[in-house]
Write a protein that binds this ligand. Structure first.
Ligand code: M6R
Length: 609
C-alpha cells in the first residue's frame, strides 16, 4: 500500500536522496507511482511519475530539486488510475500532502469545495484534504489549526504528511488507521509509514497512535490528540537493521524467502519449545489455556489459510471449538463473543486494516486477544494482549511464503500447548508431535532439493488458463493457499477445493486443458482423495500429484506429473507440502515473466479496507 517518507532538517544538505532511499525501502509494500515535494527558496517543488521508482529517479536526474525539508510517497491506486496526475504529492502553491488510506466522505467534501470554485487536478480522494487545509491557511489559521480543523470533518482511514511553503522548518503528520512512525535524527526529524522506511536514517522511533497529530521541526516533535491536547508517546529502538535488505544472490526475494524457511522455522520453533535431554518443555504461556471455551481465529489471505489449517489441529488434538473467519467479514458481522473465549489474530505485517478492526471489535466485547505476528512493534502487536512473534525476518516478496510456514509452526505449538493444558493428549503423543516438529527444518531442506523437478512441471502450466487445487483435511486450506500463490504471481486463474466437494460442482470444469494439483500426503484421508483423483483422471484431467513414496506407489497413470515429497507425520505435512506449492507458483511466474516480488495490483501491507 502507499508509503510515506518525510524529512525536516536544519543542515544544509539536500534531503532528496534520503527521501528516495526511504521510498526504495518501501517498494516492497507494492505501488504504482511515486513522487517527492520539497521546499526550495520559498517555493514548493514537486516531481512525480507513474510506474516504478526508477522513473522518478530518471525525472529527478533530468530536472533535479533540492532542499532541507521534503515529503515523498509511493502510491497504490485507490481513487483514480495510476498516472502522473494522480501520483502524490498533491499540492497548491503553499501546501503539499502525501496520504495513505481512504477518505470515505470525499464525494461530499469535494462537492462542497467545487461549489466554492476550487479546481481539482486529480481524481484522488487525497485532494479534498489538501484543499481544505489550503482554505484554512488562506483564512489565516496556523498550519496546525488548519490540519486539525480539516481532520475534524474528514472520515476514513488515513495517514498523512504535509509540507508548508511558508514554514520551511515544519512537517505535520497525522494518523487515523494506517501506521506512521516518527524518527529522531541529529537536528533532523523524520516521518515514515513504518520503521523500515526510516531504517537508513535512524533507529529511534515513535509510533503514532490513532488520532495523533505530530508537529515536527528539525529540533524535535510535539504530538497532539484530536482535541489539541499534548500527548506523550514512547521513543523506541527500532528492531529493523540499518542495512537495506538484499536478495543475497537469489533472483527474487520470493525465492530467497522460500529458501530461508528451514532457518526461520528453526528459529521460530526454538522460541516456543525446548528439546532437552530430559524431555520436551514448552515455554510457559502467560495465560491459562484449560478454561478457554472457544477459540476465534481471524485473519486475511495467506494468514487466514494458516488459521484454517490450525482449526484442524485445535479441534482434533486440543478438542477446543474453533470459529474461523476472514477479518473483512468478521468485523461487520457483530458476532457474539462468548465468555471465557479467546480470539487469535494472525498477520505477517501486523498492519492489515481489516484484521486490526476485527481485533478492535473483540476488544470492545471484552474478550482477550492473542496475535501471531511477524513484525514486532506493529499496530496489531501493540493492540493484542499477548503476541507470539514468528521469527521469519522481513518478508519482502508480496507473495507470503516463510511467514505462512512460521505461522503454522507457532499455531502447531499453541495447539499442543492447549492440548496439554486441557489434558486431551497423552504424554507419549505429545512427545511424538514435538519430535515431528523438531524434524521439520530438515524435511524442508530435503523438499527444497526438489526445485528442479518442480520447475520442470511449472513449464507445463505456461499455456493453461485455469488450474485447480484439491486437498482434504489440513491439505484443503493448503489447496486454497496453493491456488492463491499461483494466481497472485503468475496471473493464471486458480481455485482451491476440498477434494470431496469436487463432485458437487467444480468437476464440471475438468477437461484436458485444466490441470489439477492434488495435495495428498499418505495419511488417514489419503484413500478418499485417491477416489477424487481417479474421477479427474477418468475425465482426462491432468494431475500434478504432491505425495510421498507410498502415496505415489498407488498410482500408475501416465497422466500424472509427480512431486515425490519426504514422508512426514500428519502434524507437519502442511508445512512441508507448502514448499512445492510455493515453488510451483514461483517458477510458473518466472517463466511467464511477471513481476514476481511486486505482482500487479497487489500490496504487501493492506492498510486500507
Ligand atoms: O500482513 P498480513 O499477514 O495480515 O496480510 C494478509 C494478506 O494480505 C496476505 O497474506 C496476502 O494474502 C498475501 N499476499 C498472500 O501471499
Amino acid at each position: 500500500m502507499c508509503g510515506i517518507v518525510g524529512i525536516v532538517s536544519s543542515q544544509k544538505n539536500n534531503v532528496v536522496s534520503g527521501l528516495i532511499e526511504g521510498l526504495r525501502r518501501l517498494e516492497y509494500r507494492g505501488y504504482d507511482s511515486s513522487g517527492v515535494a520539497i521546499i526550495s527558496e520559498n517555493k514548493l517543488l514537486r516531481r512525480r511519475k507513474a510506474g516504478k521508482l526508477v522513473n522518478l529517479e530518471a525525472d529527478l536526474k533530468e530536472s533535479p530539486v533540492s532542499g532541507n525539508t521534503g515529503i515523498a510517497h509511493t502510491r497504490w491506486a485507490t481513487h483514480g488510475i495510476p498516472n502522473d496526475q494522480n501520483a502524490h504529492p498533491h499540492m497548491t502553491d503553499q501546501v503539499a500532502i502525501v496520504h495513505n488510506g481512504i477518505i470515505e466522505n470525499y464525494h461530499l467534501l469535494k462537492d462542497q469545495l467545487l461549489e466554492k470554485g476550487v479546481q481539482f487536478t486529480s481524481e484522488t480522494d487525497t485532494e479534498v484534504v489538501l484543499h481544505l487545509v489550503n482554505q484554512h491557511l488562506e483564512q489565516g489559521l496556523s498550519p496546525f489549526e488548519s490540519v486539525k480543523k480539516t481532520l475534524s470533518v474528514v472520515r476514513g482511514a488515513f495517514a498523512i504528511a504535509m509540507l508548508f511553503r511558508d514554514y520551511p522548518n515544519l512537517l505535520i503528520a497525522a494518523r487515523s488507521g494506517p501506521p506512521l512512525a516518527i524518527g529522531y535524527g541529529k537536528e533532523e526529524m523524520y516521518i515514515g509509514s513504518d520503521a523500515v522506511a526510516l531504517s537508513h536514517l535512524t533507529q529511534q522511533v515513535t509510533f503514532l497512535e490513532d488520532g495523533d497529530i505530530a508537529v515536527l521541526e528539525n529540533s524535535g516533535v510535539k504530538i497532539y490528540n484530536l482535541e489539541g491536547k499534548r500527548v506523550e508517546r514512547k521513543i523506541q529502538q527500532s528492531k529493523v537493521g540499518t542495512s537495506s535488505i538484499d536478495k543475497e544472490g537469489f533472483e527474487h526475494f520470493m525465492l530467497k524467502e522460500i529458501h530461508e524457511q528451514p532457518d526461520v522455522i528453526r528459529r521460530t520453533l526454538s522460541e516456543y519449545f525446548n528439546i532437552t535431554h530430559t524431555g520436551l518443555h514448552f515455554r510457559p504461556l502467560p495465560f491459562a489455556l484449560e478454561n478457554v471455551s472457544r477459540l476465534t481465529i481471524v485473519a486475511c489471505g495467506t494468514a487466514f489459510y494458516a488459521g484454517m489449517v490450525a482449526k484442524y489441529w485445535f479441534e482434533n488434538i486440543a478438542r477446543i471449538p474453533v470459529e474461523l473467519d476472514i477479518a473483512s467479514e468478521f468485523r461487520y458481522r457483530q458476532p457474539p463473543m462468548p465468555k471465557d473465549g479467546i480470539s487469535l489474530f494472525i498477520s505477517q505485517s501486523g498492519e492489515t486494516a481489516d484484521t486490526l478492526a476485527a481485533q478492535a471489535y473483540v476488544k470492545s466485547q471484552g474478550q482477550p486477544s492473542l496475535g501471531i505476528i511477524n513484525v514486532a512493534n506493529s499496530s496489531l502487536a501493540r493492540a493484542v494482549d499477548v503476541t507470539f512473534l514468528t521469527q521469519a525476518g522481513p518478508e519482502i516478496g508480496v507473495a507470503s511464503t516463510k511467514a505462512f510456514t512460521t505461522q503454522l509452526c507457532v499455531l502447531a505449538v499453541l495447539a499442543l500447548a492447549f492440548a496439554q493444558a486441557r489434558k486431551t493428549i497423552s504424554q507419549e503423543d505429545l512427545t511424538q508431535y514435538c519430535k515431528d516438529l523438531a524434524q521439520l527444518p530438515l524435511l524442508i531442506e530435503q523438499t527444497l532439493l526438489l526445485k528442479k523437478d518442480i520447475a520442470e512441471i511449472a513449464r507445463s502450466l505456461l499455456e493453461v488458463n485455469n488450474v485447480l487445487y484439491i486437498g482434504r483435511g489440513p491439505s484443503y486450506p493448503l489447496a486454497l493457499e496453493g491456488a492463491l500463490k499461483l494466481k497472485e504471481i503468475s496471473y493464471i486463474h486458480a481455485e482451491g477445493f476440498a477434494a470431496g466437494e469436487l463432485k458437487h460442482g467444480p468437476i464440471a470444469l475438468i477437461e484436458e486443458s485444466v490441470p489439477t494439483v492434488a495435495i495428498a500426503p499418505y495419511d488417514s484421508l489419503f484413500e478418499k482423495t485417491v477416489s477424487n483423483i481417479q474421477e479427474i483422471l477418468s475425465r482426462r484431467g491432468p494431475i500434478v500429484l504432491l505425495s510421498d513414496e507410498k502415496g505415489h506407489s498407488l498410482f500408475t497413470s501416465q497422466a500424472i506429473k509427480r512431486i515425490i515429497l519426504p514422508t512426514t507425520s500428519s502434524l507437519i505435512a502442511p508445512m512441508v507440502y507448502a514448499i512445492p506449492t510455493q515453488l510451483l507458483a514461483y517458477y510458473t511466474a518466472v517463466y511467464k515473466g511477471t513481476d514476481v516480488d511486486q505482482p500487479r495490483n497487489l500490496a504487501k501491507s493492506v492498510t486500507v479496507e
